[in-house]
Design a binder for this molecule. Structure first.
Ligand SMILES: NC(=O)C1=CN([C@@H]2O[C@H](COP(=O)(O)OP(=O)(O)OC[C@H]3O[C@@H](n4cnc5c(N)ncnc54)[C@H](OP(=O)(O)O)[C@@H]3O)[C@@H](O)[C@H]2O)[C@@H](O)CC1
Ligand SMILES: [K+]
Length: 491
């Protein structure tokens, strides 16, 4: 169960709202706090200027009336445009409509002509279908004119649960959301429409999480896991002995993975690879041990030594039947296993055979293309697909991308938000696989190792900055680890 960085579904947010009311926080007060947070965020970022507040027919629109009132009180020239019939407004939205003393116009795109700033209070959690009519016109016109837009809760048209665009959505400079973020703020394309996202405390007690609401998704970060820190009494075997099954012809992937695993703290590293490539692996890094392995039987024989506690397959290491047989041999051993790239797609013809073999701590690290080869029928948004894949396979699934999702078979899911675009470079996925391997070798569980690996990988790339190549990621890790451990001591 997640708390601080939890991502709440629209339904969970509704329950949090009701729980707050049951604990004595009136909903009208929540709306006033929400509107105040948005108005304050606007005033902190934009100089006073004419503003159009576009209000929808529900409570998102209600927040809009609060914002209009508060900005007008500070001397901002405010125009309010309402979508729909004012007589149909209800509850807190109606109350705040009545508290707004200025005129209310019928919403249409021409209202944008005099407003360099737009507050999008059309739809939030209650978005029920694709935008149409005036709402669609306004969203499209905001984008066509490149107007500054501030979203209340979520840009209208973005599905809060999935990040998908329903018809259209304004590309906002700022989104102010309440209590906790929603998946739509961190999953693409929603994330790209949000701009800066501000999370406002509107008075919903944090204690509702864990009591009335038990979130199963969160934003990735160091609050979710702990990296094993080397201790004085450690020796190299205590820090694990990782194995990378490397290729004979393509050795780059295995070498990058091994480097990632060692930098993140694996005590020992063996590269198991065809004999002819041994010298290459050995020359690359004298710290690697290289063992000849041609087929599944060789790998099984090597792994009779139980000190090899974590194995990565798919970083090079062949394709098809040979690699698949190695994967099946390794999965039998109940050790920690990371399967990447061809180690997964080698089962494209019979993914069930792979899933049946998963029994111990196992992590799959596919990108979207590899994912669809072994889960061809899975539909829906990234969070939903990844969760279903984990449930089906029994493995922790890392569905890679700019918004990498990590899901466990138990239903937990984490979305990673630190991933600079420079990570789209050859070999970066091999390093990630190696990092997760290295963390599992040190005893981390598969879900925590996957989350930590993905986060550290993104942060290392961000710390390195422009001009990143895959080799830089392991080399940037020491500084990232030092900062992480320093912060821990400072707390
Ligand atoms: N939860 C909390 O704690 C707090 C929540 N707060 C705020 O409340 C917001 C949620 O309010 P909400 O539930 O009233 O839903 P909202 O987004 O206003 O939309 C519903 C209306 O839109 C309509 N409609 C939907 N789609 C449509 C479309 N495509 N095209 C046209 N119409 C469409 C729909 O019509 P219907 O489907 O019923 O026909 C209904 O009338 C939340 O995002 C936050 O801003 C804050 O005040 C503070 C505390
Ligand atoms: K909105």
């Amino acid at each position: 169960m997640f708390t601080d960085t939890a991502l709440l579904t629209v339904e969970e947010m509704g329950r949090a709202d009701k729980a707050a009311a049951a604990r004595g926080v009136p909903s009208l007060l929540l709306m006033e706090s929400a509107g105040t947070a948005v108005a304050n965020a606007i005033r902190a970022r934009f100089p006073r200027r004419p503003v159009l507040v576009a209000c929808g027919p529900g409570n998102n629109g209600g927040d809009g009336f609060v914002i209009a009132r508060l900005l007008a009180r500070k001397g901002w020239p405010v125009t309010v445009g309402l979508l729909g019939d004012p007589a149909k407004l209800k509850g807190d939205a109606k109350t705040n409509f009545e508290r707004w003393r200025g005129p209310v116009k019928t919403l249409c795109a021409s209202l944008l002509e005099t407003a360099p700033l737009v507050v999008d209070a059309l739809f939030g959690a209650g978005l029920a279908r694709d935008l149409e009519g005036a709402a669609l016109d306004v969203a499209e016109a905001i984008n066509a004119r490149g107007l500054d837009c501030v979203a209340v809760d979520v840009p209208s048209g973005i599905d809060g649960n999935t990040g998908e665009i329903r018809g259209a959505a304004p590309r906002c400079a700022l989104t102010v959301t309440f209590f906790r973020r929603k998946p739509g703020h961190v999953l693409y394309p929603g994330r790209a429409c949000c701009g800066e996202t501000v999370l406002a405390d509107i008075g919903i007690p944090a204690a509702v999480l864990g009591a009335e609401v038990a979130p199963t998704a969160a934003v990735n970060g160091p609050n979710l896991w702990t990296i094993p820190e080397p201790a004085a009494e450690d020796h190299k075997y205590r820090r694990g002995h990782a194995v990378v099954v490397g290729g004979g012809a393509m050795t780059g992937a295995g070498r990058l993975a091994a480097r990632g695993a060692r930098r993140i703290g694996a005590g020992m590293m063996t590269i198991a690879a065809p004999k002819e490539a041994g010298a290459l692996y050995q020359q690359d890094a004298p710290g690697n041990i290289v063992k000849p392995v041609e087929a599944a039987a060789d790998l099984s024989a090597l792994l009779e030594d139980e000190r090899y506690n974590a194995i990565l397959l798919g970083a090079g290491g062949g394709k098809g039947a040979v690699l698949a047989s190695m994967v099946l041999a390794v999965l039998k051993l109940d050790r920690s296993v990371v399967l990447d790239a061809d180690a997964l797609t080698s089962f494209a013809d019979d993914p069930a055979m792979l899933f049946e073999a998963v029994q111990g701590p196992t992590v799959f690290t596919p990108h979207a293309g590899e994912f669809s080869k072994i889960f061809p029928d899975l539909q829906g948004d990234k969070l939903m697909k990844c969760r279903e894949a984990a449930k089906r396979s029994g493995a922790v699934v890392v569905l890679k991308g700019a918004d990498t999702v990590i899901a466990g078979p138990d239903g937990r899911a984490v979305v990673n938000t630190v991933a600079p675009p420079t990570l789209a470079t050859a070999g970066s996925g091999d390093v990630l696989g190696g990092m997760i391997l290295g963390l599992m070798a040190q005893g981390m569980g598969p879900f925590e190792a996957a989350c930590a690996g993905v986060w550290l990988h993104g942060v290392a790339a961000a710390v390195h900055g422009p001009g990143l190549i895959a080799e830089d990621i392991p080399d940037a890790l020491p500084a990232v680890l030092a900062a992480l451990w320093d912060d821990g001591e400072a707390e």
